[in-house]
Design a protein around this ligand. Structure first.
Ligand code: ATP
Ligand code: FE2
Length: 338
């Protein structure tokens, strides 16, 4: 091993460029990140990639200085190999290749979705959970079965976070819209404690073990157009889509016989979703876990942590195998660490 045993993680799948670290024992250190915030419209992959290229040198300098490290302390370079936006992934991968070459440190290409899961397991100390992975691009209910994280149910159209962001954008709320929707919903609830769902009904997003969000989005936009208060619609939207996710997660607990539920992904920052998961888990004699918010949203530390796990079982990525895969699936990555 060269260097001081640290693993650097580079996250670049979408809106955020982030560098994170774990030490030689796999202990996580907070990430240094920068997120592109378009003035108007959604995230444009090319613009996000340009952003990542521009901020990379400064973020790399900061992750080192804030941890009192020299570049030579880094022994492994982990990066998000997929899934994600092609131009953004390519920037992360080329930064990783450059650093790997310069520092003579092995490359480890990792699965972004699996990284969300593994940082959660590490942070929450849970063993074999059902995962409710709710982010911008992904909404999946996952369980570990026969050495892979298997997707038991997922969105059939857009990710739950993208749906929240699109709803918010239509109201003039910039990206990321999820936290603002949460705030508007809870403020409305405080002012309307005796509310009912009357006039605020939305389609229910469950299809067997799968979910769907575009119909709910259209219906919620229509409620606002028809004059319902924005806070009321935000509240109803959260209640409907989070209940749908929790219902599928509950069924997954029941089918698999597991007794731990772990939240992951950016939408897992949401307090209402966290409390719904807790209520459901308590009713089933199970336990619900949610990682600290900085490890729910995209972050380099989770990439470093998964890189470290992969490296422990001897998996590194040769240069000729380091191409990105925009469509990498959660269940494509073998899970053979403890
Ligand atoms: P992935 O590539 O895993 O799909 P992602 O690129 O979408 O992830 P994340 O950082 O995991 O990125 O998630 C971002 C999403 O999380 C955004 O859609 C944002 O609105 C949503 N989000 C963040 N905080 C909250 C919150 N408090 N409530 C609801 N949604 C939230
Ligand atoms: Fe993510």
């Amino acid at each position: 091993m060269t260097g001081g045993g640290w693993t650097l993680g580079i996250e670049s799948t979408a809106h955020t460029l982030s560098f994170g670290l774990v030490d030689k024992d796999g202990i996580p250190y907070p990430s240094i990140s920068d997120t592109v915030r378009p003035d108007k419209g959604g995230i444009h992959p090319r613009e996000a990639a340009d952003h990542h290229k521009e901020v990379a040198p400064e973020l790399f300098r900061r992750i080192l200085t804030e941890n009192n490290l020299t570049p030579e302390a880094i022994s492994n370079i982990a990066f998000s190999q997929g899934p994600g936006l092609g131009p953004c992934l390519r920037i992360g991968a080329s930064i990783a290749r450059g650093l790997s070459n310069r520092l003579d440190a092995p490359l480890i290409g990792v699965n972004h979705c699996v990284a969300h899961i593994e940082i959660g397991r590490q942070q929450c100390g849970c063993d074999d959970p059902v995962l409710l992975y709710v982010s911008g691009g992904n909404t999946q209910v996952i369980a570990r079965l026969e050495g892979r994280y298997r997707v038991l149910g997922e969105t059939l159209d857009i990710g739950i976070g993208n749906m929240l962001d699109k709803f918010a954008r239509a109201q003039g709320i910039p990206f990321p819209g999820g936290p603002v929707i949460e705030k508007l919903a809870s403020e409305w609830l405080i002012q309307n404690p005796d509310h009912s769902m009357e006039g605020l009904e939305l389609p229910y997003a469950v299809r067997g073990m799968d979910l769907a969000f575009s119909g709910v989005l259209t219906a919620a936009l229509k409620l606002v157009e028809n004059g319902q208060a924005l806070g009321a619609v935000c509240w109803s939207l959260q209640e409907h889509v989070f209940s749908a996710c929790v219902e599928v997660a509950e069924r997954a607990l029941s089918h698999t016989g597991k007794s731990e539920l772990l939240l992951g992904g950016g939408v897992a920052c949401n307090d209402r979703l966290r409390s719904m998961c807790e209520i459901m888990s308590v009713e089933r004699d199970s336990q619900s876990f949610a990682p600290p918010r900085m490890y729910c949203i995209d972050n380099g530390t989770m990439i470093a942590r998964l890189g470290w796990l992969e490296q422990q079982v001897g998996r590194i990525t040769l240069l000729e195998k380091s191409a990105i895969d925009q469509y990498l699936r959660t269940d494509q990555t073998p899970i053979n660490w403890a």
